[in-house]
Design a protein around this ligand. Structure first.
Ligand code: HEM
Ligand code: HEM
Length: 277
């Protein structure tokens, strides 16, 4: 997704969403409830409720639409642009439906879930706008596989160099190569940094040990340290790459399940109001 989604056909969906919001606000401003304050049970309350529910079901339909065969890319971009702007406009339609009456009940639970789905969507749009450029910049033209094989090459060279520099240094280099791991928990992936990184630790320790090397080995020690510093940089780059990609995905793990929870809560809301009618 890129900016074209947001400016799709000269902001066509933004304009439509603004028009939808304007109609709802105007109707709310002129409507005089039959009894009591504005709320979901007035005539306008029902109109806005059905309108909001219709929008939500249509927005959720996007998950099915997306996976259909034969849907052109342009068509999907059109849908996504509509999804974003009408999804944002929904906030106003649903809030006016409630007449700003909230409580500790299933109705308000539906409302809170709706806001949570929308917020995760906003995060998604921001992630799609931000991370693709960061990924390209961070990778410097390499694929993830190339970055990993670069690390393996550095490891092999470091091992070779360290053989002549004594057991302590050699063992440290070997240990660091074995202990290196990427990924793990979701939080670790997203964080993109490892406070106790084996590669950084090895560089530090070898740096300390290299100070005691005899003069004849100093040059080799220096070369090894340069290699280990390059390894730290490459490792950090892979971690950043994994983190960027995770940021592009993580919000959907909220957006989609929360959509199901929202539909369940809305079903309970609508059934319960008809039950008590
Ligand atoms: C077919 C669609 C809908 C119908 C028929 C409907 C019906 C109603 C009715 C009759 C009330 C007044 C209840 C009362 O005063 O006790 C109400 C209130 C409310 N509705 Fe809806 N609604 C619909 C859709 C929605 C949607 C889409 C949302 C938001 C996600 C929503 C959230 C609320 C909230 C938060 C209240 C206020 C609850 C309170 O007073 O504590 N409703 N709705
Ligand atoms: C209550 C309102 C909303 C509902 C129920 C909803 C639901 C959905 C569903 C079911 C999908 C398909 C996800 C999939 O199957 O992969 C989706 C996709 C998406 N939604 Fe929403 N959404 C809502 C509001 C929003 C809003 C307000 C935004 C942005 C501001 C947004 C941004 C997106 C984006 C960017 C995708 C595309 C994900 C992709 O194709 O990678 N959504 N939404």
């Amino acid at each position: 997704m890129h900016e074209s989604i947001l400016v799709y056909k000269g902001f066509r969906w933004l304009k439509l969403s603004v028009a939808m919001v304007a109609v709802a606000v105007l109707a709310y401003a002129v409507h005089r409830p039959e009894v009591g304050p504005p709320n979901g049970g007035t005539t306008l309350g029902y109109v806005l409720g059905v309108w909001g529910l219709g929008l939500i079901l249509w927005l959720a339909w996007f998950g099915i639409r997306k996976r259909r065969y034969g849907v052109g890319k342009q068509n999907l971009e059109d849908w996504l642009s509509a999804h974003i702007y009408l999804g944002l406009g929904l906030i106003v339609v649903a809030t006016l439906h409630t007449g700003f009456q909230f409580g500790w009940n299933v109705h308000t639970l539906a409302y809170v879930l709706m806001i949570a789905v929308i917020l995760s969507g906003v995060f998604g749009v921001a992630a799609y706008a931000r991370y693709p450029d960061l990924i390209t910049e961070n990778r410097r033209g390499m694929t993830q596989r190339e970055m990993l094989s670069q690390i393996a090459e550095i490891d092999a060279k470091a091992r070779e160099l360290s053989v002549d520099l004594g057991d302590n240094i050699h063992n440290e280099v070997m240990r660091a190569a074995e202990a290196l791991a990427f990924g793990g928990s979701a939080w670790r992936l997203l964080r993109g940094r490892e406070p106790d990184c084996p590669a950084a630790r090895a560089m530090r320790r070898v740096g300390e040990m290299a100070m005691d090397l005899p003069k004849a080995d100093a040059e080799k020690g220096h070369q090894l340290l340069e290699l280990l510093a390059r390894k730290v940089q490459s490792v950090e780059r892979v971690r950043r790459d994994l983190s960027h990609k995770a940021m592009m995905d993580v919000w959907l793990y909220f957006h989609v399940p929360l959509t199901f929870a929202l539909i369940a809560a809305l079903t309970a809301h609508v059934v319960s109001v008809f039950f008590y009618w």
